[in-house]
Ligand binder design. Structure first.
Ligand SMILES: *Cc1c(COP(=O)(O)O)cnc(C)c1O
Length: 426
């Protein structure tokens, strides 16, 4: 059977399919460049596996306290090697990205210290962690103050204001690589490196943490290659390769990671405890697959930008911009269009394809959020997913796809739903 007929079975009509094919034919060069990066990162990871002598004994499950878990210790060495850091904490006990960031921040900030975000507002869920929105157990409640310098109107770093914001109390600088739920640009690793050099030049003992969520393996270098003292992320995004069922990582300087481990478990116990309960094969194999999975997701994001820009919607990044994370924002101009888009993504899913996503209040977010995901791992956003808060500018954030073909189907289905709802006409 022809490809087009198969798409028709899946609910994409011929006109929509042909529109997609026409756009795809213009993207070959960009896709080739992505494959080159994936190839490099695949070998970088393989080199780390071999250097650390990963073997069958690493795939065992520990239980109880999890003392002497060789597989866990080696996995952390592999992560440290991949990110070129002294140490790493990679654990199923880190429940999500927000948790990993919370551990990294609260382990390394003490009462009286100040946290600085020189790159504007951080990710929504961090507002309560920091205390920007009041919350019990926030850093603010523990006496850690917070300062923020917004980006300039063209999305750049406001260097004069950053210089003014750094003071005696400033202890830790947090930089979010990905745009998250904002329509600012995502920073390249090079840009992050320039910002790190700038702040460290003013105050050399500053700790720089980068929220690396969604950025891993999009480029051949990571923020830890350009001076970040800690890089932090979630295993149900890029580095878990779609296989990790839970978890987070923090890679960085030995003394900082040790504090993170003391915070995560208990002072004195640190990295010595934490049973892995059988997840290690998925952590290892997921990391091994992460570069190709990330490449598929990136291609999907570029395809989406090109499809929706052609139809007159604002896309961030736009159809031709260079990419530094796997997120694609599409400003759909209405809540109704966001719902139709998400319905299409949901309808493309391997799991829960028959349900219709509706907007809902979510913990950690200050407006209703719509989410489409039919994932093998619940909430995994390296799998094909779309979400966004129902508020101006009605941007839907599309990401993931364990394979490019799946991302492609999702985008075509989203477009079909917009056509069916008379919001878009080809
Ligand atoms: C996803 C994400 C987080 C938080 O991760 P969760 O796993 O959802 O808690 C933090 N920062 C950025 C930029 C993210 O994309």
């Amino acid at each position: 059977m022809e490809n087009q007929k198969m798409y028709e079975l899946l609910g994409v009509d011929e006109k929509t399919y042909n529109f997609g094919e026409e756009i795809l034919s213009s993207l070959k060069e960009r896709f080739d460049a992505i494959d080159k990066i994936a190839e490099y990162n695949q070998n970088k990871i393989l080199y780390a596996f071999q250097k650390e002598r990963v073997d069958a004994s690493c795939m065992q499950a520990s239980t109880g306290y999890g003392y002497d878990d060789i597989g866990r210790e080696k996995l952390e060495k592999v992560y440290a090697s991949v990110f070129h850091t002294e140490s790493a904490l990679v654990r199923p006990q880190i429940t999500c990205g927000t948790h990993a960031l919370t551990v990294a921040l609260s382990a390394n900030l003490l009462p009286g210290d100040e946290l600085l975000s020189p790159a504007g507002k951080p990710y929504d869920t961090l507002e309560e962690v920091i205390g920007i929105r009041p919350s019990t157990c926030s850093l603010k409640e523990y006496g850690v103050s917070y300062r923020q310098v917004d980006l300039t109107s063209d999305g750049g770093f406001n260097y004069p204001e950053i210089e003014k914001a750094i003071n005696d109390k400033t202890k830790l600088v947090t930089i979010q690589r990905s745009k998250g739920y904002q329509t600012r640009p995502t920073f390249s690793v090079k840009q992050i490196g320039e910002l790190i050099a700038f702040v460290k030049n003013i105050k050399p003992d500053l700790i720089v943490m980068v929220d690396n969520c969604y950025g891993e393996f999009v480029e051949t270098i990571e923020p830890s290659d350009v001076g970040a003292d800690m890089v932090v992320g979630s295993l149900i995004k890029n580095p878990g390769g779609g296989l990790a069922p839970i978890g987070g990582y923090i890679c960085g300087k030995q003394e900082l990671i040790e504090r993170c481990a003391y915070r995560l478990t208990a002072p004195g116990l640190g990295q010595e405890v934490g049973a892995t309960l059988g997840v290690l094969p998925k952590f290892y194999q997921g990391l091994f697959l992460a570069p190709t999975v990330t490449a598929g997701a990136l291609k999907g994001a570029i395809f989406a930008a090109n499809v929706y820009e052609r139809l007159g919607f604002k896309t961030v990044p736009n159809s031709v911009e260079s990419r530094h994370d796997i997120i694609q924002a599409v400003e759909l101009k209405s809540g109704e269009a966001m719902c139709a888009f998400c319905k299409g993504i949901q309808g493309a899913a391997p799991v829960d394809s028959y349900v219709t996503p509706i907007p809902w209040a979510m913990p950690g977010y200050d407006s209703e959020v719509i989410m489409a995901a039919g994932a093998f791992v619940q909430g995994s956003s390296i799998e094909l997913s779309a979400d966004g808060p129902i508020r101006e500018p009605y941007a839907v954030y599309f990401q993931g796809g364990l394979t490019f073909y799946h991302a492609k189907l999702g985008i075509l289905k989203s477009l079909q739903e917009l056509i069916n709802a008379n919001i878009v006409k080809l």
